[in-house]
Design a protein around this ligand. Structure first.
Ligand SMILES: [Zn+2]
Length: 487
């Protein structure tokens, strides 16, 4: 009997609950709470009957297996939940058609001992500084129907005492609502600090954001970084014949307590780099290499997405692209290339893990050390080898650059979510070096993890190779001619 009266009441309630903002499936409102905490309130409008599973965090994102420790005080109104912290999972049960409110706090659980990864991949919440990735702030719904694309809105009910930069909505400092697809918020950074500056920079008709937190020599460092970004970003867009107008965000911050030159992560439409808190001059050759590599991920990783297991491609090819574009822009001389590339060869050919087959690389990736560097070494050496092979096969007419453009053209026809595969790679590269040749090379040097035995015949005449034991040593025989190869 009671049910009879309850039903209309429930309908009225659920109608009221969402009447003002029924437009988004997941509506977040955030509150910055003094004392290392952000309060999160999510109004969820169910997209599937009865239940949904949400996950929090991602252990493969920086190897943070205990990231769940930062989620506290989980509370559900208008439904029931079953929370399994060890699996980072919450099952939510509800009545279809009725909004559910989920509340929790995100706290700062990083420690100094966690080093670079703690400062890069965990939420950092201070009264004068905030840093958090979407994956560590928002819940991730796992719909039974994989075709469901949820929408999301995010607003700040209580802002910190400084303005924010939100990579999912770079023009919005937190004072207005951000809206979009749920997936678009996932790997985007939200950050802010009392000493953070946000500058808009125009490059070839694109509007980009330079987000800096510089404590030492502010004027000089800002000028140098701005100059580098304008020149390099314009050149790499030219390399890719990119005419899109999507904005790019370059975020640079000092580590709080880590004396490590630079580390960072790309998030498609931008990248975040953290440099040693001891740096006086932020741009040095090492950091220029890293910054340029990260900008390269706008294409390798962003516009050309490969499967996780194919880090040799996303990281290694991207590293060779970095060499290429730095040589192209004059940020690296051929002699500097010789020196740095020989370090890569030495590291790879003498590493204990050099023969790891490709399918075991990703599962060991966050063990760090050589495991973490292997795909960069293997992929960039393979790209150098292939670049030479293409140049020789085409008598200097084609090179790595043409291969990259062909790969991009191919991916454009496949849509945003497409994962570029080894078979696709073989298909496209075979246009330059023949199918049997590239299939064999991929199988030996990438999948099985054999080392390339470089000979002079494999290289264009400006390069030579000698051996120190089993380790190849590349030489640039003609600096002027070598520079001309990268255009
Ligand atoms: Zn990378």
């Amino acid at each position: 009997m009671k049910i009879k009266y309850l039903w209309p009441l429930l309908i009225v309630l659920s109608g009221c609950m969402g009447s003002s903002k029924m437009d988004y499936d997941l509506e977040y409102s955030l509150g910055f709470v003094s004392g290392n905490r952000v309060h999160v309130k999510l109004v969820y409008h169910p997209l599937e009957a009865d239940s949904v599973k949400f996950t929090y965090g991602e252990p493969m994102y920086g190897g943070q297996t205990d990231i769940i420790k930062g989620l506290n005080g989980l509370k559900v109104t208008g439904g029931k939940m079953n929370f399994n912290p060890s699996a980072r999972e919450m099952s939510l049960y509800y009545r279809y058609g009725r909004a559910v409110i989920i509340e929790y706090d995100i706290t700062d659980t990083h420690t100094t001992e966690m080093g670079t990864r703690g400062e890069l991949f965990r939420p950092l919440i201070f009264d004068d500084y905030f840093y958090c990735h979407g994956i560590n702030l928002f819940l991730n719904p796992l719909f039974r129907d994989k075709n469901i694309k949820a929408t999301q809105s995010v607003s700040w009910e209580k802002l910190p005492a400084f303005s924010l930069f939100q990579a999912y909505d770079p023009g919005n400092d937190g004072t207005t609502v951000s809206t979009g697809k749920q997936a678009d918020f996932k790997y985007k950074l939200i950050t802010g600090a009392k000493d953070m500056t946000v500058e808009k920079i125009k490059v070839d008709g694109t509007e980009n954001y330079l987000v800096l937190r510089i404590s030492k020599d502010k004027e000089l460092n800002t000028k140098e970084i701005t100059g580098y970004f304008e020149k390099f970003y314009s050149a790499i867009r030219r390399f890719w014949k990119d005419t899109t107008t999507q904005s790019y965000s370059l975020i640079l911050q000092p580590f709080l307590a880590v004396n490590h030159s630079i580390s960072g992560m790309s998030f498609g439409s931008g990248f975040l780099g953290k440099y040693t808190y001891k740096a006086d001059t932020i741009l040095n050759p090492e950091r220029i290499f890293v910054l340029s590599h990260e900008i390269g991920h706008h294409w390798f990783g962003g516009k050309i997405g490969a499967e996780d297991k194919d880090q040799w491609f996303e990281e290694g090819f991207n590293d060779y692209l970095t060499f290429y574009t730095l040589l192209m822009t004059g940020y690296m001389t051929p002699m500097e290339f010789e020196k740095k590339f020989n370090t890569v060869l030495r590291s790879y050919y003498s590493s204990n893990v050099r023969n790891q087959p490709n399918d075991s690389v990703w599962s060991n990736y966050w063990k760090m050390g050589d495991y973490n560097k292997l795909p960069y070494w293997r992929g960039s050496i393979f790209a150098f080898y292939l670049d030479n092979k293409i140049r020789l096969a085409s008598k200097g007419d084609k090179c790595f650059h043409d291969l990259c453009l062909s790969i991009l053209e191919f991916c454009k026809t496949k849509g945003e979510e497409y994962k570029f595969s080894e078979d696709d790679f073989i298909e496209i590269a075979s246009l330059y070096v023949g199918k049997k040749s590239i299939s064999d090379d991929i199988s030996k040097y990438v999948i099985k993890g054999e080392q390339i035995k470089f000979t002079n015949e494999m290289l264009v005449p400006v390069f030579g190779v000698a051996y120190k034991g089993d380790i190849p040593v590349i030489s640039v025989k003609d600096e002027k001619e070598a520079a001309k190869l990268f255009h």
